[in-house]
Design a protein around this ligand. Sequence first.
Ligand code: CU
Length: 175
Amino acid sequence: MREIAQATLLLSVLALAGGAAVAQSAAPKIDPAWLTVDSAARVARFALIGGHGTANSGLNFNGFKSGGLTLTVPKGWTVVIHFINRDPNLPHSAAVIPEATSPPLGPVPPAFPRAATKSQETGLPSEGQDEFRFAASRAGAYWMFCAVPGHGAAGMWIRLKVSDSAARPELTPTS
Ligand SMILES: [Cu+2]
């Protein structure tokens, strides 16, 4: 009888461990290699990946959706965004836009001059790449948003914070 109880307990523990492992692998992970910092030149370089894995049916940046990832850069730095579309199915684009109460339905003017990929509305095809750079000249809250109609509204946006107080760029899950 005691052996059966122990076996049951062991099975319960294994089931819990299995459940935890599944939950952990489902949460998006930040790869430190996505952000490269040149403190002397005050340049932050970010690898922005459209359709990174299957989260939100590919409507994600770096695996995150709906503001779940925040790139913070100190005000006055230069930001270089290298965009690649890893989605095997859908085209995507990227633009830095002002924070909004809800995502725009399609392209809007970027928050900083030239802070957008080409092909805003049609998006870049699978494995398409583009790079843009801008001066983070105004502190505030911004989004990196996919302007292909409907994608932003479906959650394809993450956060960019231009900070008066941050000492260096960082990439964090949004708290
Ligand atoms: Cu998109």
